[in-house]
Design a protein around this ligand. Structure first.
Ligand SMILES: [Mg+2]
Length: 426
């Protein structure tokens, strides 16, 4: 049996943990630059504020209904996230978990045969609630896909599951759930695939199980076959090893749109350098680097452009210099003059441990030369603060901004040692 522990309305709940008087009030948290809604309390949902709603369109509704609106406090969310994970992890054997996102983690309960799993999960929830004041849901099922669905059910039918725990452990329960679940709400079915499904008469998750396997394979590939098996309770997706990240992404939405090429190039290089730092921290090198840039999708009238590209490095690398150089090469290739850019990002992937780098004898290898310098920079930055020691290209500017922080939050930042964010924030 697997379990998925999911924090309810996570960012909003963190705000409430910090400021209990927000309980029972409609609350929303906005994205960087206060662009759109990224977390809503149930009261805000009831007012009809959709996820991703552009804040300016709902300003009036917020005022009329006294909705409490917050700029994001990512340091704090990250802090709470790690505290939640710490508690949850302590209930399972070592490595029997997978941190899936900032507010979700899978737990592996195989081998808990003689436990009353329901009570056990209630205990986990209770501890998180008492220690951190955060509400969670725990959905249990034989497969990860079904766990997601179990959680969906808890959130939809809160009255039926007041303890926030639901175990979907029988054929009947699974069948009922699949018959009720809209196909686009299934984990792994995007908007595009959802439309295709409906065009072919697949409206509920259950309908997909009724389709011939050949159809599923043709439409969705091997992924579809896996999904069907997961629906049937045959696990196809194992827990991902907790330590190894498969890719690292650094991206930002800019407070002000950037139309100057050098300025954008500098941002992209800085993101590449951050990726390199993260790689060195986990002692890996990457084989692939990708860069993307895009204009503001909410300001289509200003002209729209978005492009991304990946290259395979001649040798695996974690050198800031090498990664910044290749990020710049990609940037030069995809940059188009005449647009105002809102967002850019760098992603590195396809990792190898840095002591297992296979060097291509026909290519120049700079990493061996760079790494001692890089490690020295990392140490200095750790001691004197982020970006105190910088490479030539970095301006050290923060182009993503937040509105003024509240006094409570300033206090929170002062009184807590915050671990570095492990997550990608929008
Ligand atoms: Mg959640």
């Amino acid at each position: 049996m697997y379990a998925l522990l999911d924090c309810n309305n996570f960012f909003v709940s963190c705000e409430r943990a910090l400021k209990p008087e927000l309980d029972d009030k409609p609350v929303v948290v906005l994205s960087n630059n206060d662009g759109c809604v990224i977390s809503r309390s149930n009261e805000a949902k009831a007012l009809g504020v959709p996820m991703g709603a552009p804040a300016f369109k709902f300003k009036n509704l917020f005022v009329v209904n006294d909705v409490q609106v917050f700029s994001p406090k990512f340091e704090m969310y990250n802090y709470y996230s790690q505290e939640v994970m710490k508690i949850a992890k302590s209930y399972v054997p070592q490595n029997a978990f997978e941190v899936y996102s900032i507010d979700e983690l899978f737990l592996d309960f195989h081998g808990f045969k003689y436990f009353n799993i329901y009570d056990y999960c209630c205990k986990i929830r209770k501890e998180i609630n008492i220690e951190l004041k955060l509400p969670t849901s725990i959905g249990l099922a034989p497969t990860k896909t079904l766990c997601k669905i179990a959680n969906h059910i808890i959130k939809k039918e809160t009255d039926k599951y007041p303890k926030g725990v639901y175990i979907m452990d029988s054929k009947e329960k699974i069948e009922t759930a699949l018959k009720e679940l809209d196909i686009q709400d299934v984990w792994g079915i995007g908007r595009k695939l959802g439309t295709k499904m409906r065009d072919n008469g697949v409206h509920k998750a259950w309908d997909l199980l009724q389709k011939p396997e050949t159809w599923v394979r043709k439409t969705m590939g091997i992924q579809g076959i896996r999904m069907i098996n997961e629906f049937k309770g045959i696990p196809q997706l194992e827990l991902d090893s907790p330590s190894d990240k498969k890719s690292i992404m650094v991206s930002r939405s800019f407070m002000k749109m950037i139309s100057n090429k050098d300025e954008l190039a500098e941002r992209v290089e800085t993101f590449a350098i951050y990726c390199a730092e993260k790689l060195r921290k986990q002692n890996s090198c990457c084989k692939v680097i990708s860069v993307f840039i895009q204009t503001n999708r909410f300001r289509k009238e200003l002209g729209e452009y978005k492009e991304g590209f990946s290259i395979v490095l001649p040798n695996p690398s974690s050198s800031s210099i090498v990664l910044a150089k290749f990020a710049n090469t990609i940037f030069e290739a995809i940059y188009k003059e005449g647009f105002r850019y809102k967002k850019a990002g760098v992603m590195v992937s396809d990792f190898v441990p840095d002591n297992e780098r296979l060097i291509n004898l026909f290519e120049k290898d700079d990493d061996a030369k760079h790494i001692p310098i890089m490690k020295a920079i990392d140490k200095l930055n750790l001691k004197y603060g982020k970006d105190k020691i910088r490479l030539g290209g970095m301006s050290g500017k923060n182009t993503y901004g937040r509105a003024t922080l509240s006094p409570e939050y300033e206090e929170f930042l002062k009184s807590n040692t915050l671990p570095e964010a492990n997550y990608r924030f929008q």
